[in-house]
Design a protein around this ligand. Structure first.
Ligand code: SAH
Length: 261
């Protein structure tokens, strides 16, 4: 149970509010303060105590998101006041969630913390769209990769370059986060490094939510399809033969329902 004067860094899951852990729900319920992100389903806040403080850290329309340094300072300040603090994030805190930076900041100040994992959007969206990330005889490995060249750029932090040359060959299924704005560059990199243009690609928008849209294309064609359907964030790009399983599933379902008449 979350203690006064401590911080829980909590994964809220991929979008469907039921895809959260029991432990995370208990932490939300017990929290005095909740700092939550844009990708967190706000329905989850209904589990918070009525007296709790809720602070939105995402981007309000026309405004900037709360800077990472400010979020970290707030976590520390509330914990030092003796509050039970929950830092609620979409998906999993340690998968493109900046949870690592937050625990480092807390550890540096000696603030007690815990990390409660969440279902990351790759796992959630794969399940909800019929794209197995591994599949016997088809895909024996998957990797989660950022499609944005410079993760955290707005805070002046530039990540190491992404090794598309290695990823194109070493991993069977690539799940690309934050890639919608970079589809052409991702396509160019993978093709340049020898990934077949016919490789199946699934594009999944708002995975696991009632607004989910899924499209299947190929590496060559994916940017055109994304433009045609106005693919928008949050969305994932899954590149690999496993993406074709979705089509296989659909065909089987159609055949089965035709047989049942
Ligand atoms: N910590 C989060 C990722 C945050 S980065 C996690 O574990 O899932 C933000 C990116 O996550 C988005 O650009 C998008 O690529 C992906 N994403 C998050 N939620 C999503 C959803 N419901 N459907 C598709 N992609 C999602």
């Amino acid at each position: 149970m979350i203690r006064p004067g401590s911080v829980s860094i909590v994964g809220a899951g991929p979008g469907d509010p039921e895809l959260i852990t029991v432990k995370a729900l208990k932490a939300i319920h017990a929290a005095d303060v909740i700092l939550y992100d844009r990708l967190v389903n706000e329905e989850l806040l209904s589990y918070a105590g009525s007296g709790s403080i809720r602070i939105y850290c995402g981007k309000a329309p026309g405004q900037h998101a709360m800077p990472q340094g400010t979020i970290q300072r707030r976590l520390i300040e509330y914990a030092l006041e003796g509050k039970r603090v929950v830092r609620l994030k979409g998906g999993d805190p340690f998968v493109f969630g900046r949870g690592g930076e937050e625990v480092l900041a807390l550890a540096a100040r000696g603030i007690p913390y815990e990390v409660i994992p969440g279902i990351t959007s790759a796992i959630g969206a794969a399940a909800a769209s019929g794209v197995p990330l591994t599949h016997r005889g088809v895909a024996a490995s998957f990797a989660c990769v950022t499609g944005s060249r410079c993760p955290g750029e707005s805070d002046g932090q530039v990540g190491p370059p992404i090794r598309w040359d290695l990823l194109a060959h070493a991993v069977d299924t690539l799940v690309i986060y934050m890639g919608v704005g970079q589809l052409k560059e991702i396509r160019a990199e993978l093709l340049r490094h020898g990934k077949a243009g016919s490789t199946p690609v699934a594009l999944i928008e708002s995975g696991t939510t009632g607004r989910q849209r899924t499209f299947v294309s190929t590496l060559t064609e994916m940017h055109k399809l994304a433009a045609a359907v106005q693919l928008s964030n949050p969305a994932l790009i899954i590149v690999g033969e496993a993406a074709a399983i979705r089509e296989q599933l659909r065909q089987l379902q159609d055949q089965a329902s035709a047989m049942l008449g």
